[in-house]
Design a binder for this molecule. Structure first.
Ligand code: ZN
Length: 184
């Protein structure tokens, strides 16, 4: 499975000209270190294939369930006449150890300067991911919030990246996660 992914990674990196350079070596190193060999996949909406990677099937399936709930809630929450989908990146979600996520020498494709180089619970990355994908990275042990709420927060950023008429806003992502946890 991992070999296939790496092959795809190579094909994308060698045949596609990106405005933003994808650091293939950094991604290969990440896959080597992060223990993300078990994948769940699902096409939640027709434009959005999702793959969740972790170290066990039960973890990948649970995160996929949270992703699906968040995407369905996001579709309703962010719908308005001025919001239109204008991108269709596939989504890859990585459920990893907090220590791995916050290894700034490993996770070089994340925008650490934006976060004053402080530790994070999760991140959405839509520029330096391989191929036409966006990536969500989640700590298995987030501080101060549940993993379910963290998933909703990062899905809000994915939603913002896929839709014109929505700004990439930290405030809106927080409002959405608060809305999401009240739905249950
Ligand atoms: Zn955020």
């Amino acid at each position: 499975m991992r070999l296939l992914f790496l092959l795809i990674l190579f094909l994308f990196s060698s045949s596609t000209v990106h405005a933003n350079e994808v650091d293939t070596d950094a991604w290969i190193k990440f896959y080597d270190v992060a223990n993300v060999s078990v994948k769940s996949e699902k096409t939640i909406f027709s434009w959005s294939k999702v793959e969740v990677y972790s170290s066990s099937k039960s973890e990948s399936d649970l995160i996929m369930k949270y992703v699906e709930e968040s995407m369905i809630a996001a579709r309703a929450y962010f719908s308005s006449s001025s919001v239109k989908r204008c991108d269709s990146k596939e989504l890859r979600v990585f459920f990893i150890k907090d220590k791995t996520l916050n290894d700034q020498n490993l996770m070089t494709f994340l925008a650490w300067d934006q976060w004053a180089r402080l530790d994070i619970n999760g991140a959405y990355e839509g520029v330096y991911s391989p191929g036409r994908t966006g990536s969500i990275f989640l700590s298995k042990t987030p501080s101060g919030k549940s993993v379910r709420k963290l998933v909703a927060h990062e899905i809000a950023h994915y939603w913002q990246d896929q839709h014109c008429g929505l700004r990439n806003s930290e405030i809106t992502a927080r409002e959405f996660e608060e809305h999401f946890v009240k739905l249950r």
